[in-house]
Ligand binder design. Sequence first.
Ligand code: ES4
Ligand code: ZN
Length: 327
Amino acid sequence: ERLPELLRTMPKTELHLHIEGSLEPELIFQLAQRNGVKLAYPSVEALRKAYAFTDLQSFLDIYYAGASVLLKEEDFFDMAMAYFRRAKADNVVHAELFFDPQTHTERGVSFETVVKGLTRACETAKRELGVSSLLIMCFLRHLSEEAAFATLEDALPWRSHFVGVGLDSGERGNPPEKFARVYAKCRELGLRLVAHAGEEGPAEYIWNALDVLKVERIDHGVRCVEDPKLVQRLAAEQVPLTVCPLSNVKLCVFKTLDQHNLASLLDAGLCVTVNSDDPAYFGGYINQNFLETFDSLPALGAREAYQLALNSIDASFAPAVDKQAWR
Ligand code: ES4
Ligand code: ZN
């Protein structure tokens, strides 16, 4: 069978990856020990056993607990380097990493510590692995507009270290409009704009991410199919959707992978990409997402594999010269 080989070896970009979600249980325990942080779980195995989620919130509770071991610049560096080595093995040529500064500043870890550790990893990954990367700063949508503005203020001295902003955490009850003024300000600053929408939230949140926040890509977006007019628009404007199949199954957005709508989204002419979201928690890195999805959806073949890889390159925020080279 040649298809798995194609999926593994084709050059691809990863556009939806929460770096805190790449923290493997082994590294969580290692950092906890190094930093003298007490964990609520006695062992790696016990922690892994807790990775049985019923929805987005049940995951976020454990994800924020895992991030509590990150204290020093070196911790952020080690976490990101572990991800880059894994990405390299999956033939990722370029990765855009989400990071959640508020998860750390709320615990007394400075923005500077976070951004310095991640930036040094991005530079090292380019130099030692040939993997290019960009950082996207995310606002936690369950927190206030005021908190987002304070985070943006913290970030301003580090403006050149990240390419854009995103919006993540619990979607339901925290619609895009809540961050209209924050995004308007980010837009003035020349930042690229993305947002999670239509993962657990309704199609309306995708409309408002586009029309109110003016985002260039939608993270997830799988619930767009509930509104044919929206699907039409996403196709006409070729708005990229950063879809995360294994995440969607783990968080019960779809019951099983063979019920995932990725193939129908592609068939509707949408600019779909495949991504890993929080690979340490959801059962696999990007190639595992490709392999399992293609295994579960018979409509997907070599043509779709090429399309998804090309979409991921086109939809990235990398410089045009790099994109040319990867195609
Ligand atoms: C996330 Cl899967 C997902 N959805 C929303 N926010 C997140 N943060 C980390 N993973
Ligand atoms: Zn996500």
